[in-house]
Design a protein. Structure first.
Length: 377
């Protein structure tokens, strides 16, 4: 049996190696390393895949969120609502721009932003909401957008973990996660469902005027070379990463289906123990399982399980052990333990098992066998 990885990037690469090398060689041959035609080609392909008017490629997912907020030029101290249960990048861009992150709860079953708590935290200083589509399924965007409309707030979707997921409206229509709010941001970090072989990211929007601003900001605030209309940053997706992503985008639906199949096997197997609460998929979204994250009924066993699996050669990860409202970096905002019970409880009992497109039956059987063995000891 091959060594088990959280994400088998080597195995995935071997299956598309010739296509990837062909596209990379085209970039090397024409030496268009920055803003080359391949970037625009990938951009167009992703726009078509997502059925969105504009994709603005950039250097990484964190930049994508930051650039969106820069485009709105919110006043210093304005409040941006964000779940505490998310990777820190979602929060740090808010603080970096001199805005105030206002943390809210998540639902304990889907792990996504709690709409009722969100609405209760809106004040006269609130300007935006950043829902995070955590682990691979969309937040309840129809309800969230209604709240945002009622309070005249902007919505920026963090879609770094849910590229390719479908959101289903109550009328039966379907759109891709990340294309519903004023803008969406995604990451092409290598382990993502659509991952580059280095850093990369993109912004999605259907707003023509906003798209024009975003394109200026990612390129030093210029619409014409050496003429700078706004303060910008240097955040570009390089041509080699675009070449890789162009190939991988063709297989994204297949990759997501492979993850869903792995998740189904896990779910069926773990039904044999009442120690594990398997992930659920809300009825308004598909789940593309960027992570397969369970909850343990007994939180005291979480770290022991993590160590036990490691000793058996099985990686597992804890996403995330400390909520953002209790991180030292954000202590300035005055939050304390107990402010968000759902979030704090999840941080004590979630654990993620390997899930990727190249998972072999023998590997998954071994993981399941050892997880169940742990609970039988």
């Amino acid at each position: 049996m091959k060594p088990i990885q959280m994400a088998d990037l080597i195995g995935q690469y071997q299956n598309i190696k010739e296509e990837v090398q062909h596209e990379i060689n085209k970039v090397l041959d024409n030496a268009t390393f920055i803003n080359g035609p391949i970037v625009k080609e990938f951009q167009s392909n992703l726009e078509n895949y997502l059925s969105v008017k504009h994709v603005i490629p950039c250097a990484n997912g964190t930049d994508a969120l930051q650039v969106i907020m820069m485009a709105y030029d919110f006043p210093k101290g304005a409040e941006v609502i964000v779940p505490s249960f998310t990777y820190v990048a979602t929060v740090e861009v808010i603080a970096l721009l001199g805005l105030k992150p206002v943390f809210v709860e998540v639902y304990p079953d889907t792990f996504n932003i709690d709409i009722e708590d969100l609405e209760s935290k809106i004040t006269s200083q609130t300007v935006a909401i950043v829902p995070v589509h955590l682990y691979g399924q969309s937040a309840d965007m129809e309800r969230l957008m209604e709240v945002a409309k009622n309070h005249d707030l902007r919505v920026f979707e963090d879609t770094a973990q849910a590229i390719g997921a479908d959101y289903k409206y109550s009328d039966g229509s379907t759109v891709k996660a990340g294309t519903i709010g004023d803008a969406g941001a995604t990451s092409f970090f290598p382990s993502k469902n659509l991952g580059a072989y280095g850093d990369g990211g993109a912004i999605m929007t259907n707003d023509d005027e906003l798209a024009a601003k975003l394109r200026m900001i990612v390129n030093h605030g210029q619409s014409e070379r050496y003429y700078h209309d706004s303060i910008g940053v240097n955040s570009r997706l390089d041509s080699i990463q675009a070449a890789i992503l162009k190939v991988k985008l063709k297989y994204l639906d297949d990759y997501n289906q492979a993850r869903q199949q792995v998740a189904e096997v896990y779910n069926e197997a773990f039904a044999a123990t009442d120690e594990i609460i398997t992930p659920i998929t809300a009825n308004f979204t598909s789940h593309v399982y960027h992570q397969y994250t369970i909850k343990l009924k007994d939180a005291s066993k979480r770290n022991d399980l993590n160590k036990f699996l490691s000793n058996q050669g099985i990686p597992s990860m804890i996403y995330y052990p400390v909520p953002n409202h209790l991180q030292k970096a954000y202590s300035y905002y005055g939050y304390k333990e107990g402010d968000f019970p759902n979030t704090e409880d999840l941080c004590s009992r979630v654990i993620s098992f390997p899930i990727h497109t190249e998972m072999e039956k023998e590997q998954q059987d071994y993981i399941i066998e050892n997880v169940l063995k742990f609970f039988s000891l």
